[in-house]
Ligand binder design. Structure first.
Ligand code: PEP
Ligand code: MN
Length: 319
């Protein structure tokens, strides 16, 4: 992405026409034009020859390490990202018991889920709601994943929890409510692991990318972005799943992005159609909540699928 600075006496409209003729998408600024990332590739030298242009500069990105990361992140030997087979991350909202997580993992592994998800520490809107079983749930989850050849992705909610969660997780999850908790991002980075960074329900893409930058600055080995829906005005779905942002991150920024249509819609009947749409938009994988008895789930039952319900998706697009 370039910034084209023009002479104060230059005809800005004429410069703009010349830029557009060279396949550039331009955004005016007070000193010239910013060329958007989806513009055609043109050398700075060629742009500098346009009459009225005084300088072509590369504006300093607010997330240089994210820009340089590349499209693929390795998580304990599994490559997640652009150009690789899409990954399925699945499991219950919360890890409820050892038997239950073993049972769910056993059903998910043969369906191609390489990652077992589940919360041991749960961010709940109500302080009276089930908060997760904590450390023992991490142990149950690790055993269930190892037993079935899966990787573990699970959330750390507080700085003080990071070292413990990092002992058990292959991929550390930062939840939507904590995307802008910079103390937590620093602590998560220090664990030197890959991180799944969920988008805050009120974050712009730029804020999300800069949160990713925090993780890399502090030592994370890679950042996988996770779109999980933003707050909309319409209550017919739990959130507004922003697939435009997914396409932007994947196709323009060339970053690995996973989509969570479970929290994105809050409705089990919409999870599979949105998972397919996400993969079409460029997602490197999907995170889907599953439970062997959704009616009895301790949290998020209405959006949970049974593992068997993933068969069609797995056979169509994930294999
Ligand atoms: C989760 O994935 O367990 C979760 C709580 O999701 P989010 O942070 O997106 O609300
Ligand atoms: Mn949930």
């Amino acid at each position: 992405m370039w910034m084209v600075l023009i002479d104060s006496s230059a005809d800005a409209d004429a410069v703009k026409r010349e830029l557009i003729a060279r396949g550039q998408w331009v955004r005016p600024t007070d000193r010239g034009f910013v060329l958007e990332p989806h513009s055609s590739r043109v050398s700075a030298d060629e742009l500098a020859k346009i009459p009225g242009v005084v300088q072509v500069v590369s504006p300093k990105s607010s997330h240089p390490k994210i820009d340089a990361q590349g499209p693929v992140v390795d998580v304990a030997g599994v490559k997640v990202g652009v150009g690789n087979k899409p990954v399925l991350m699945s499991g219950p909202c919360a890890v409820e018991s050892e038997e239950r997580i073993q049972q769910i993992a056993k059903k998910l592994a043969p369906r191609g889920a390489l990652f077992l998800r589940g919360g041991a520490f749960k961010p709940r809107t109500s302080p009276y709601a089930f908060q997760g079983h904590g450390e023992v749930a991490l142990q149950w989850m690790r055993r269930a994943a190892d037993h079935n050849g899966m990787r573990v992705v699970t959330e750390a909610m507080a700085e003080s929890e990071v070292p413990l969660v990092a002992e058990y997780a292959d991929l550390l999850q930062i939840g939507s409510r904590n995307m802008a908790n910079y103390a937590l991002l620093k602590a998560a980075g220090k664990a030197r692991k890959p991180v799944l960074l969920k988008r805050s329900m009120s974050a712009t893409v730029s804020e999300w990318l800069q949160a990713g930058e925090y993780l890399l600055v502090h030592g994370a080995s890679g950042v996988i972005f996770c779109e999980r829906g933003i707050r909309g005005f319409d209550e017919s779905t739990r959130n507004l799943l922003d697939l435009g942002a997914v396409a932007l991150l994947s196709h323009v920024h060339r970053l690995p992005v996973v989509v969570d249509p479970s929290h994105g819609t809050g409705r089990r009947d919409l999870v599979l159609p949105l998972a397919r749409a996400a993969l079409s938009a460029g997602a490197a994988g999907v995170m889907i909540e599953t439970h062997d008895d959704p009616g009895r789930a301790l949290s998020d039952g209405p959006q949970a699928l049974r593992p068997e319900e993933l068969d069609a998706l797995a056979s169509e697009v994930l294999r």
